[in-house]
Design a binder for this molecule. Sequence first.
Ligand code: UTP
Length: 289
Amino acid sequence: MKPVRKVVIPVAGHGTRVLPATKSIPKELLPVVDRPLIDYVVNEAFEAGIEHVVLVTGRGKGAIDDYFDHAFELEAGLEAKKKTAILDSVLKTIPTAGALSYTRQQRPLGLGHAVWCARDIIGNEPFAVSLPDVIIDGTPGALAQMVAEYEKTGGNIIAVEEVAKNETNKYGIVAPKGDRSGSLFEMSGMVEKPAPAEAPSNLAITGRYILQPEIFDLLEKTPCGAGGEIQLTDAMDALMKAQPFFAYEYEGVSHDCGDKLGWLKANVSLALKHPEFSKAFAGFLKTTS
Ligand code: UTP
């Protein structure tokens, strides 16, 4: 079984749900507490043992490339002023040379199309996909948990999280194959935003995947689906007919920061855990509520 060495992180979308904040900056650079979204997701991938990150980027997203590069004037200035701790935090954002590739999705034709754009860089090996607007607060990180499961089972794995039974209509929900037991189980399908009475489970798809390279041929053949976009879900549905597909309920909590309320909740939740100012922030919240 080949190991999971690469992750595709699509960053070419327009982020319309968080406009106007994303009118002139990429959604993926919105800060949560003291770091941009993309930083959380890239770190989660490296923590999982991923060796190579493929960013599928697009027009107006150049600031993301700069985030992962040296900023010589800034670094020289910090060094001259002996602001060592701040300099260290800036240098920590830069991955090993060659561990990051960029490819371009010229038009945002959907998540499935964005993943397909990475096909030549991924080649014929299993790979992960991480959505950068979803932060998963877990120890170890969700992707590390998934890679550990993958090493036992192979196949394809979708990360899921339990949601309230009366809220299944807000999410993509997985259907377990037979009786579900344990946190990793085989699945038979996915249903987009089912009404609670029709939902096959209350386990929602949350933005982390491990996929086999055969998905690329299927993506190429996938016609435009919902919203006129090429949907990753449609190609996964087709792959499920040919290969084992698992859902994995990770330990942790996700925050959908592609949505204004989700982004606000992520800030509050992670600020309350931040080693430097959790106490002061908790005190502040008490005075405002
Ligand atoms: P989203 O659907 O959450 O992002 O896709 P979006 O399209 O930017 O957001 P809205 O719906 O307009 O508010 C999840 C991730 O996939 C990327 C996005 O950049 C985001 O990080 N994506 C989406 C692409 O790279 N290309 C696409 O065509 C669509």
